[in-house]
Design a binder for this molecule. Structure first.
Ligand code: AMP
Ligand code: ZN
Length: 457
């Protein structure tokens, strides 16, 4: 397997720490609101990554945290705890908010065919591990106490900018605008908040530095090392985490352990809407439920996402989702048509079968090149050299990784003739052209095709 490593900014041959084992830590959702479809793009690729490793015979331990405390509005250690904001918004306790949105996150993940990680760990359930790690950093003289808070001193970690490759000035310009008199250097970051400006904080625990709560970055370092050990194969997240969150995680962990912590950093580029990064804090964002409310199959979104390489920024449009819906429907109908001929799995396969199989997995081994893997899928559909049994067998193997529900065809019409109409209706709905959408719905109804009617918004 070859993977792009953000640390070296190059595609590298993956070498596991222990033969045929791979430990993967993924920064999980901050559960103060629904995850948006941009977040889900990142998790879809982590799913493809872990499924590919499993296919290649690795024993995978996939760990994901749940950020349920300590993630402030700003990376500069200012603003409110996002969980407190969620609680205020919905008049609930932060714990209620956290559990509710955690469940919703996994519900959406299931709808997108994302396998639940092997270990899911909540920051609020690892407070003692977090405190122990901070104590180690203080003992080593790397973290310091200032007005009751504990900060990490970035000057004690000379390779602080290795991952982000930002010069100190650029870092300060992008992320650390607010001057904080409690810090020795403005790039220092909080490990523990106790007496600063959070008098109303509900989620707090006793610590050697007073009652308080952990900083977001130390949570990941403490949980990852507790579960996967002090040397980790792969750490994942979105590209927004490179310059601050992951740089801080490296600084804390490597200062604490005294050696390289993570071998490969796997970052997914952003899904954008209208040229802007989709963001939960802006309040307006699309979720998996938004897609289903508009009658889209969440797996059509997965198909759409897999059509762009994970390292390319991707622009979401309803038109693109319509095309993905049509394409997926076409694929499922092809599968159904083959199955209807009474085709069963073949006991022997020709060399052509092996060629397609090798090509498909070759694309995944090539830095998870899913667009080429999808193209290979279409070649299999069209290839004259393959018989139907081989075709079905190949598609079944491919779908174990791609997870686009190629064999989920009980609920769809076996003919492709309605796909353009359904796509046109979806396009009309996206354009809020309700008259046209209703006209097409009635047209479909007349032909015996019922589409679920939803709210006009
Ligand atoms: P959060 O819940 O904000 O901590 O984010 C969860 C994950 O989604 C993190 O790995 C982020 O880096 C990633 N992420 C955030 N916004 C986007 C986006 N627009 N597109 C892709 N990934 C994102
Ligand atoms: Zn993290």
């Amino acid at each position: 397997m070859k993977l792009f490593n953000t640390l070296s900014r190059s595609v590298e041959q993956f070498k596991p720490i222990t033969e045929l084992k791979v430990g993967i830590y993924a920064c999980g959702p901050t559960v103060y609101h629904y995850a948006h479809i941009g977040n889900m793009r990142t998790y879809i690729f982590q799913d493809i990554l872990t499924k590919s490793f499993r296919h290649f015979g690795y024993c995978v331990q996939h760990v994901m945290n749940i950020t349920d405390v300590g993630h402030l509005q700003s990376d500069a250690d200012s603003g409110d705890d996002k969980l407190m904001l969620g609680a205020a918004r919905e008049n609930k306790t932060p714990f209620e908010i956290a559990r509710f949105y955690e469940d919703e996150f996994f519900r959406h993940s299931r709808m997108l065919g994302i396998r639940r990680p092997d270990v899911v760990c909540r920051a609020t359930e690892h407070i003692s591990d977090i405190i122990s790690m901070i104590e180690r950093l203080i003992t080593k003289g790397i973290a310091y106490l200032s007005a009751g808070n504990v900060y990490f001193n970035v000057e004690k970690f000379p390779s602080y900018h290795e991952l982000g490759r930002l010069k100190l000035k650029e870092q300060q310009a992008t992320d650390r605008v607010a001057h904080d008199p409690l810090k020795c250097n403005q790039s220092d970051f909080a490990l523990w908040f106790s007496t600063s400006k959070y008098p109303n904080q509900v989620m707090k625990w006793e610590s050697p530095w007073g009652s308080g709560f952990p900083g977001w970055h130390i949570e990941c370092s403490a949980m990852a090392s507790k579960i996967l050990g002090e040397h980790v194969d792969i750490h994942c997240g979105g590209v927004d985490h490179i310059s601050v969150h992951h740089s801080n995680e490296i600084a804390q962990s490597e200062s604490c352990f005294g050696h390289r912590w993570v071998n490969y950093w796997f970052h997914c580029e952003f899904l954008n809407i209208d040229a802007e990064k989709m963001s939960k804090s802006k309040g307006e964002f699309l979720t998996v439920d938004t897609l289903t409310a508009r009658n889209y199959d969440p797996l059509a979104f997965r198909y759409l996402v897999l059509g762009s390489h994970y390292r390319s920024p991707m622009m979401f449009t309803w038109k693109a989702l319509d095309s993905a819906t049509t394409a997926l429907l076409k694929l499922r109908n092809r599968v159904l048509a083959i199955q209807k001929k009474g085709t069963v799995s073949g006991s022997t396969h020709s060399q052509h079968y092996d060629t397609y199989l090798d090509r498909f997995f070759g694309h995944l081994k090539n830095d998870l090149h899913t667009p080429s893997a999808i193209a290979e899928l279409w070649s299999v559909i069209k290839a004259d050299k393959l018989n139907d049994a081989e075709r079905i067998d190949l598609l079944s193997v491919f779908d174990k990784i791609l997870g686009i529900g190629l064999f989920q065809n009980d609920s769809i019409d076996s003919s492709e003739e309605y796909a353009p109409l359904i796509a046109a209706r979806n396009a009309a709905r996206s354009a809020k052209n309700w008259t046209e959408a209703d006209r097409i719905r009635d047209l479909l109804l007349k032909q015996g095709i019922q589409v679920k009617d939803t709210k006009h918004d």
